[in-house]
Ligand binder design. Sequence first.
Ligand code: ADP
Length: 667
Amino acid sequence: MFDTILIANRGEIACRVIRTARRMGIRTVAVHSDADAKAMHVQMADEAVCIGPAPVGDSYLRGDAILEVAKRTGAQAIHPGYGFLSENAGFAAACAEAGVVFIGPPIEAIRVMGSKAESKRLMANADVPLVPGYHGQAQDFATLSAEAARIGFPVLVKASAGGGGKGMRVVRSAEELADAVAGAQREAKAAFGDDSLLLEKYLSRPRHVEIQVFCDTHGNGVYLFERDCSIQRRHQKVIEEAPAPNLPDDLRRRMGEAAVAAAKAVNYVGAGTVEFLYEDGGFYFIEMNTRLQVEHPVTEKITGLDLVEWQLRVAAGAELPLRQEQLTRKGHAFEARLYAEDPQREFLPAIGTLTRLRPPAESDHVRVDTGVREGDAVTMYYDPMIAKLIVWDEDRDAALRRLRGALAAYEVVGVTTNIGFLGAIASHPAFRAVEIDTGFIERHRADLLPPPAPASNTALSAAALAVLLRRRAEAQAALRARSDRHSPWLLANGWRLNEETHYDLSLIDGETARAVTLHFRSDGYEIAVDGGPAQPATGVTFDDGALTISLGGARLRATVVQQGLDLTVLIDGVATRLKLDDPSARAAEQEGGSGRLSAPMPGTVVRVLVEVGQSVEAGTPLMLLEAMKMEHTIKAPAAGVVSALNFAAGDQVAEGVDLLVLDIAEG
Ligand code: ADP
């Protein structure tokens, strides 16, 4: 076995590989870009080396720089993860030349399977069933149009070198073909530097069922069952599950055997995935991915195996740990891909700082594969995936319940996410009833992506209560800290705790101002929204953003995060964004912060003006921050003692992180 491996990737997959390596006692070397200097994978690895600037072409795709690091750090093998260099035959060849093991299949297998057309020609010879189509070398339009007519419309035009749905076009009639071919060629040329196309019969309601295969260098090959990845958006996977529900056992076996035959036909070694479309009891090869797949954890959950461990063993020359007849599966697993993206805006990637990131607790039932922590940024440079949420239980219904529960508990604030959308899929009756195929999301679009609705009264009530409780805590801290009755801390809030019987708050919901009134009662509050009937709110607790109340008799748990005037309310995985329409808060904000010692925006620490243990007066400057090309002074909100400094001059800080801790003096 290797002593040291290098992971030529970032994010969750790099972290996931490191975890297994560490468990096996293997030293890990991470590579990273400038932008990732403090990333989770860098922190987790035993050693980390910067390989260039943020753009992937200058860092993560630089095979030469990565091999240089491998040599320098004594790494005997390179795990490429998925994406980046994982299916790059040129990089695999360069590894071989440099005497470093590429943890993946032989170069020739990568090359052949990298071409959808060439792999199909080979599969046809190995008697693996194919979608009817054309995958010949002739690419002139006369040939393509004659073949399309022979196949029968609708046909799917695909880039032979394709991946990620690029260069793919559905063509419904002969008239549309010329445009589609020209468009697909342009896209394929730009994305892959190769414009050859193939044609396939466009199946109307297929399921995507793929087989996980594994081969070693001793001629053994097995399949680790299948995954159903039919829940797709624009031909890209959103939720995956294993096993494929309602798949007859004999078909499962036949598909598994066909997949192993496919792998053997290219002398495959290591982990691979053979993808099929499954329709009306028939299955058809579409392509093979010669790497570890994003969705491999669902296979791990049902088999109890660690596929990265298998990859490492096989790459080190060992035999497969188990034979086909020793492989068993148990229960059902789902994976949901959590993205920083906006489902309401055509799933546009969202960037920003993860000001709050609290995954559900991990257990035998819940696994979270992530590469980011609270305070990290989702940037425009890389894939905006936040995490993969994997759940397992004894059967599909129970696992689906786990998925809904874990999605509802997942707290992400700071960027827009697809959690609500994933929750809507997991709750959809057709998904529960296994009425699934690759058209699922499109067909149920109206249910899954309802138009934005006004904020619920519940969310508004929770937001208002949280604002009140936070201000009250701040005011009390300030009261304790200063006997000065003219303190702006007491005046700025514009309300007095003991004298007033209610509290009015205006919250901006989209474009609309919503009015919330909180009446103080001996046992709690009554809350009225937009002048409607007041609801009793009792049993209120608010700690670290977590609010629990009994509202109108129903127990409610919400997370409310405030940043300046922005409020995010999370209830059961649904995020509501509001803005505080409050003149006093606005004034406080303009004064340079309401005294919280967190960074008001992403920036750089210019100077630290105090030391740990130092006593400061209210108003003493503590830190200088440069953000958006402006200097910003962080001042003490009250007299106290500096008890921790979390950053030093020169450090980059993300929005909302705590810069330092000030123990407010009593009295
Ligand atoms: P890519 O490599 O670009 O992801 P694939 O060939 O793997 O492309 O196909 C991705 C998805 O596109 C499949 O999971 C399926 O949903 C859809 N698809 C591919 N081929 C067909 C086909 N012949 N008929 C219907 N849908 C297809």
